[in-house]
Design a protein around this ligand. Structure first.
Ligand SMILES: [Zn+2]
Length: 303
């Protein structure tokens, strides 16, 4: 396995913040969790939403950290929870800056924090905060697997409540979206958002890796090692402190490995998925292909 390699004009540096940028239902929770089992990483789940909830009194009532501690006893989240009123008045970048300051004495400068937040907007907001310490993984699920998983999930949700919320946020857009079939709405979402992530990363002088979830699942150990190498992990300690992510994954008793999502093969809407796939086959292939961009021209990787 030898991913394509591209270099930028920058001296080698040591990132210590790994951000997973992806759509929902694309495998970010299993990837975050499994990185947290490897030496050098501290997986903190979806940090942006965690900080958002921490800013609200009672935001996390009853939920314990994945390390087994309650929030007031968790070494990572207890100091953050104590700052709830301060966080409430802050924007995303300022909250991350505060988190960085609070975690330095807890995790140490050599630990690589794993953030499974996902949105591109959050990555763009925190880019100046972490600068050269930031490394991104763009995780892309095969469009058929993404559509099947998302449409299945939609079927279990309260459509009228979702519609009322969308209407309140963006009335015109909500009406347009409601007029389209869900499969088309999510196909457009997969295409538009993944293109935006690809294009933004291509213009960044920072280290990043793009990988298809299916490619990752074919050789998880090799790819997790690659990520550790690219993020320059240094310590022997593995830890996770996850409060938010896909609860279906986090709370289940099933083994927490990186496993292929093959439901779409047996889906009753298989023909529809194949038609959707044929419309974006080129992009689906391009995004699944592993691609490494390193901010330094002085290093290369082997897997
Ligand atoms: Zn914890």
């Amino acid at each position: 396995m030898s991913p394509p390699f591209r270099s930028a004009n920058r001296q080698a540096h040591v990132p210590r913040y790994l951000y997973i940028v992806s759509l929902e239902r694309s495998g970010s929770t299993p990837l975050t969790f499994n990185l947290g089992l490897r030496p050098g990483f501290a997986a903190l789940g979806e940090i942006d939403r965690t900080l958002e909830l921490m800013a609200r009194p009672g935001g996390f009532s009853g939920r314990d950290c994945s390390c087994g501690a309650t929030i007031p006893d968790c070494p990572v989240w207890a100091p953050v929870a104590r700052e709830s009123p301060v966080l409430a008045a802050m924007r995303v970048a300022e909250r991350y800056q505060r988190l960085d300051t609070l975690l330095e004495p807890v995790l140490g400068a050599d630990t690589v924090v794993v953030d499974g937040s996902k949105p591109l907007a959050t990555l763009q907001a925190i880019r100046p905060v972490f600068d050269e310490r930031l490394f991104a993984v763009h995780l892309v699920k095969d469009v058929r697997a993404y559509l099947e998983s998302t449409l299945q999930r939609m079927a279990t949700m309260d459509q009228e409540r979702l519609w009322a919320e969308a209407l309140q946020r963006q009335p015109l857009r909500a009406r347009l979206v409601r007029a389209l079939p869900d499969s088309l709405v999510y196909l457009l979402r997969w295409t538009r958002q993944n293109r935006a992530m690809r294009d933004w990363l291509a213009g960044q002088d920072m280290s990043w890796l793009r990988i298809g979830y299916e490619t990752l699942c074919a050789e998880p150990d090799a790819w997790l090692k690659t990520m550790a190498k690219l993020a320059a992990t240094k310590t022997d300690q593995a830890q996770h402190h996850i409060l938010l992510g896909s609860f279906g994954y986090l709370d289940s008793d099933r083994p927490k490995t990186l496993t292929l999502d093959e439901c779409w093969h047996r889906s009753p809407r298989r023909r529809l998925l194949d038609v959707a796939h044929s419309a974006v086959a080129g992009l689906n292939r391009e995004l699944a292909e592993p691609f490494v961009h390193h901010a330094s021209s002085a290093r290369s990787i082997t897997t």
